[in-house]
Design a protein around this ligand. Structure first.
Ligand SMILES: [Zn+2]
Length: 248
């Protein structure tokens, strides 16, 4: 078991590197397939040995070898986070290979949209749609019966957030609604505790900011996507346990 979790961790480091590239390229309309990684500061091609997830950033102390430009700590943090999430997902879903793979796709999608929402305040349709298609393509052949539940969770959770957005248009948008619907597809009924947690965490942070900054806090547009992603991760790793706890 430890071996599989370790493999998931190292594969997750590479997945995290891919997630960073997707989050950087998709909102800018760049191709994911190529060209190879370039320094965003000076355009020099980055050598493979300087592009090793996590380790290169540590070795280079957060600076590009070509021109010395600072490399955001968000990149190694993303790689490490995705690696830990991949390891946790494999551990939790060790008895269900198909669900494990669906979970790996899910946490990768959540990491990518967290980055795009933090950096650019957008949740690209391309990333959500790719995730949704992969989810159905992997999950449905193994468990056709889950399709109805997944579809219902997508419509229910997405619809609920749509009503919230109508009531509080500030701070949330259609990207959040589409992300919530995608989460329903991945999580099924476990999307309920995920959404609840996201709303709780989001409003707690909102209240703290209002307590601290008063009226100025109302003008801070805090993206809601990262809160949804946090709820999604908890829903994936502990959602069914939470549902059992609640229903029991
Ligand atoms: Zn450079």
């Amino acid at each position: 078991m430890a071996g599989i979790v370790a493999i998931a961790f190292f594969a997750g480091l590479m997945a995290g590197s891919f997630v960073s590239a997707v989050a950087y390229r998709v909102p800018r309309g760049m191709s994911i397939a190529g060209p190879r990684s370039q320094c965003p500061a000076c355009g020099a091609q980055i050598a493979a040995y300087d592009n090793v997830p996590l380790f290169s950033w540590i070795v280079l102390q957060g600076r590009a070898r070509c021109c010395g430009a600072k490399i955001s700590w968000l990149y190694p943090l993303t790689e490490l986070t995705v690696a830990l999430l991949w390891a946790a997902t494999v551990l939790v879903y060790r008895h269900d290979a198909a669900e494990a793979v669906v979970g790996l796709v899910f946490v990768s999608v959540l990491a990518a949209v967290t980055l795009t929402d933090l950096e650019q305040r957008i949740i690209p349709n391309k990333i959500l749609l790719t995730g949704a298609i992969l989810c159905l393509a992997i999950a449905v052949p193994f468990d056709t019966g889950s399709l109805a539940g997944r579809a219902a969770a997508a419509v229910g959770a997405g619809g609920l957030l749509f009503l919230v957005v109508l009531a509080y248009p500030k701070g949330m948008g259609m990207g959040d609604v589409k992300l919530t619907a995608t989460m329903g597809l991945f999580l099924g009924s476990a999307v309920a505790p995920a959404l609840l947690l996201a709303l709780l965490a989001g409003s707690t942070v909102g209240l703290v900011l209002i307590a601290r900054y008063g009226q100025r806090a109302r003008k801070m547009a805090i993206p809601f996507g990262p809160f949804l992603a946090l709820g999604g991760v908890v829903g994936l790793l502990a959602g069914n346990a939470l549902l059992d706890l609640y229903l029991g």
